[in-house]
Structure formats: C-alpha cells, structure tokens
Design a protein around this ligand. Sequence first.
Ligand code: GLR
Length: 415
Amino acid sequence: MKRPKITDIRATTVTVPLEAPLRHSNGAHWGRFVRTIVEVETDVGIVGLGEMGGGGESAEAAFRALKPYLVGHDPFELENLRFMICNPTASLYNNRTQMHAAIEFACLDIMGKFLGVPVYDLLGGKMREMVPFASYMFFRLPNKDTGEGETRTADQLIEQTLALKKKCGFTSHKLKSGVFPPDYELEVYRAWAKALGSDSVRYDPNAAFTVEEAIRFAKGIEDLNNDYYEDPTWGLNGMRRVRENTTMPLATNTVVINFEQLAANVLNPAVDVILLDTTFWGGIRPCVKAAGVCETFQLGIAVHSSGELGIQLATMLHLGAVVPNLVFHADAHYHQLVDDIIVGGPMRYENGAIKVPSAPGLGVEIDRDKLGKYADLYKSLGGYPYDRDPARPGWFATVPNTRWADPNDNRVVDY
Ligand SMILES: O=C([O-])C(=O)C[C@H](O)[C@@H](O)C(=O)[O-]
C-alpha cells in the first residue's frame, strides 16, 4: 500500500466572535478569538487539519516556512517529525512547540483518515464515549453592540451559570478570575458556589496573587465544594508554599507545561493536578505521555483550554477519550463562542459532556463558507492585544497584580 507523503501546508487566520469580551488577570479576549487553521495536504488526496491560537501574517508565514521540513515527509513518522521541528536543544533558538502541535494534529488526522479509524484508536483506544466539561465562566464586559452579556456581579454570574447549566448540563464550574480586588472576588465566588448547590467549583486567578494573598484567599474558600485551586500564584516555589498551607489540591496550566517541569514537580511536588493542553505540550501524544507519568505518580489530570475552535476541540476530545485518569471535568471556552468553522456548526453539549467524534481522523471537517466568512472578518478586524483590557486603557498586568478593575464600573466600552 502506498504510504501518504506531505505535499503542501496552508494556514488561514480566522476570527470568530464571542458572546462578549472575556476578562482575565493578564488582559482580555476582545470579543473574539483569533485562530490559525492549518491544512496539511498529501499525495493521496487526504488533507489533515490542525489549529493554533493567534494568527496573522507572521503566523501564516511561519507555517509556510515549515514547508521545506514537511514536504515529502510521511505523516506516520511522528517521532521523526518531533525532532525535525522541536529538537529540544535546537528549540532553544527557535521554539516551535505550538506549531508542532498543529502539524501533529494534522498528521494524526491524515493517519486516521488513511486507515479509516478515529484518532483515539491510534492513541490506545477510547475509555469513554463522552468527555465531561466544566462550565467556564469569565468576568465579561458588555457586548459593545447589544450592551448585553456583562458578568461583573455575583447575581449576573449566578444567573448566567444557571442558564448554561440548564442548557448544557454542567455540574462542575470554573471561574476565571484575578480581575477585581481579591475581597470582591471572594464574595462573588462564595455566593456563586453556594448558589450552585452540590455542583463542584474551581477558581483560577491566573497567577495574579502573591503567595500570602493566595493563602489568605484559600482560607476563605476551603469549606466550599472545590475541585481544586488553579494557579493562584506564580512559579513552582510559590505554588509549593501555597500547597503547604491549604487543604485544597492545587492545579496548574502555567508551571507544569513540559516534561522537565513535570519531573521537577514529581521530585518536589508543588501541584496536584496538571491541566494538559494539546497545544502547549506540543500535541495530543505528548499529553498522553504526560498523562501516563501522572498516572504513575498519582497526580490528577484535566484537559486545559486555551480558547479553541472545533479542530482544537476535537484534539481535546480525543485526548479526553483515551486517558484513564481523567478524574476532573475538562475546560473549554467553547460555549462562549457564537459559531465555529466546522461542518454542522458548533459541537453540542449533552449532560455537560461532548461526544467524542468517531469519524476517521479527528472526525471534523472544515465548512468552507464559514472559513471564508471568518477569514474575511479577521482581515477586516485584525488581531487584538490579549494582554490589554479594553475597559482600562494604559493598564497592564504585573505579577503579582496590585491594580484591579473597578467592580462598580459598568460602562459599555468600545473594543
Ligand atoms: O486556565 C485557562 O484556561 C487559561 O489559563 C487560559 C488563559 O490563560 C485564559 O486566561 C484565557 O482565556 O486566555
């Protein structure tokens, strides 16, 4: 049987609107996500799909620049691909981890389509049909066109979460935080957790707190039904000091995002739960390998979201399907989006979970009209500064943060 060979690679930047701008401790998503959709062509007519966060001319050019590495490559040779693109010492000068992830997704997609099997069958087979997700709630600015969608007060957060729970069936809920003064957020988080009854909650201020503030905040929420306390402060040492002073498990998507850091955390634990991100770790396979290490050392895992469209979501679903130790619900920004670029429209939640695609490969296909529409939207709007907040011109994040947003500011701002 003739094995496929890569013949070309195409990258298209799209921007897809969100219901409202999402605020976080480092800035905001200004009412939309920008993503790069990657298509890897082969000489057998199969096209593999990948996705990466961010985009624009430089991202597209960076993918084009990989052509000499990729043309003629057999997509089944994933370990060779890893060294070609991501050799750990060469990468000191040229970090391509996230681009490698997008190519790895596409190669797995090609392999699955070539063999007629879903990606989960290439990764050990699925342990579950559905991957459970947490609702992922943000403090949000009002939508500039409608004035709606603001999340600033406890009442707004509770109302929106209960509506989402009714619609999607979530039983675990995450609050992205680190926006308003800690005492204000403490009050909001406590009211929210109480309103959600027996559902579990998680709080993630994206490393905005000092160690001392993080411990003080922990004492204020330890009695709630927390899954874990995510990235309250920065660095392995800071997290370790918080961990020594709280009864809650600590989780991270910032201080353990590669094997070196995972090894350090095994030798001298600072966190209990590793949020595996198929992009940050360089692909689905590195995440499966990391999940194996976590299984051996009895660390928890969850699936991290860095703001996905359907192709990236499919990678998260295949990862979630094959890891036996997925004891926490996955994160996804997905329900904050108003649309997707995949055939059939956005994937649907049932009882708080999404069905793992079972068609060959990643199991999703590009809707060409939608791709064109959101590529045009990107061309007209351009990118946005992820590390700035449209409601606070001139503000920028510091670690630890000391300059918080005003909880009484309810203006509808332009973005
Ligand atoms: O926990 C998470 O999902 C993240 O850390 C993702 C980003 O940091 C989050 O703030 C965002 O939405 O970009």
